[in-house]
Each structure stands twice: as structure tokens, then as C-alpha cells.
Design a binder for this molecule. Structure first.
Ligand code: ZN
Ligand code: ZN
Length: 150
């Protein structure tokens, strides 16, 4: 049994919100993989129970029309979230934002990138503490998907 486009869109959304989408037909945990050909990404999902499959890339994102750059206020909020929790959620598409800290002599440089919508920014903060490792980037070191705004 194949998923409808609506169900595929739900799975796609759930992947970016939780990272662990379930099959809308039988609630089984899906096997999901994300590949990065040519700067974008391709998501593939497979249900081990009903054998439905999905393949969607960044160009098929149902929310694509609403993507935009972060506002100044949103960037400040993300930086505040980074300093507090080392993580943040994209205000545009709700995906987890990748955050990378690199240190120079007097400042820490925080690179923030949303892999789903491509919003990105680079902030500098006065050096008060060494960079802390980001749990997201530790699992996936390459800052991929940066497009028009980085
Ligand atoms: Zn299924
Ligand atoms: Zn985003």
C-alpha cells in the first residue's frame, strides 16, 4: 500500500520536527535516511511493516513557499537560545538549527544554519567561555545546505 501525497507531506514534516516519523497507516517507526547530493538534501523513508516508501528532496518541501531569511529579532533570539541551551528551533520552518562555534582570540564566532529552509547567519560574541560542542553538529559535522543567506 502506497502513501498518499498528503501522508508523505506529514511524514516529511514529522521528520523535521521530531526526527522520528511514524507510518500514518500502521504507526510503525520508519527507517529514514538523509543524503546530500549537490548541496541540497534528499529524504528517503521506508516502513518495515507495510513497505511503503517515500523519496522527497528540499525542492519538494511543502513549506518551501514560506521560506525566508531570519529577521534581526529572530537572529537575536536564536543566539540567546544558543548561549542558554546550545540549541535552537528555526522560527521559519520549525526544524532544529545547526550551530557551530569557532573561537578566535577575543570572540566566539557562532554559525547558525537551518538545513531545512536554508536560513543562516553568523554572529560574534565576546569570548567569555570556550566553545561548547553542539550535540547536533557532533553527529553530523558538515554544514551543508547553506544557500542564499550565508
Ligand atoms: Zn506502514
Ligand atoms: Zn528553517
Amino acid at each position: 500500500m502506497a502513501w498518499t501525497q498528503l501522508q508523505k507531506n506529514q511524514i516529511f514534516e514529522a521528520f523535521w520536527l521530531t526526527g522520528r516519523p511514524r507510518c500514518p497507516v500502521d504507526q510503525a517507526q520508519l527507517n529514514v535516511q538523509k543524503a546530500h547530493p549537490n548541496g541540497g538534501y534528499t529524504l528517503t523513508a521506508f516502513c518495515p511493516r507495510c513497505s511503503s516508501t517515500l523519496k522527497m528532496g528540499n525542492t519538494e518541501d511543502p513549506k518551501r513557499a514560506s521560506f525566508r531569511a531570519w529577521t534581526l529579532a529572530e537572529r537575536k533570539q536564536l543566539l540567546a537560545d544558543y548561549l542558554k541551551t546550545r540549541s535552537g528551533t528555526c522560527p521559519v520552518c520549525r526544524a532544529k538549527v545547526k550551530m557551530l562555534c569557532t573561537a578566535s582570540a577575543e570572540a566566539n564566532r557562532i554559525t547558525m544554519l537551518c538545513e531545512r529552509c536554508g536560513a543562516a547567519s553568523v554572529e560574534h560574541v565576546l569570548k567569555e567561555a570556550p566553545c561548547a560542542p553542539s550535540p547536533i553538529l557532533a553527529a553530523e559535522p558538515a554544514l551543508v545546505g547553506a544557500r542564499q543567506w550565508l
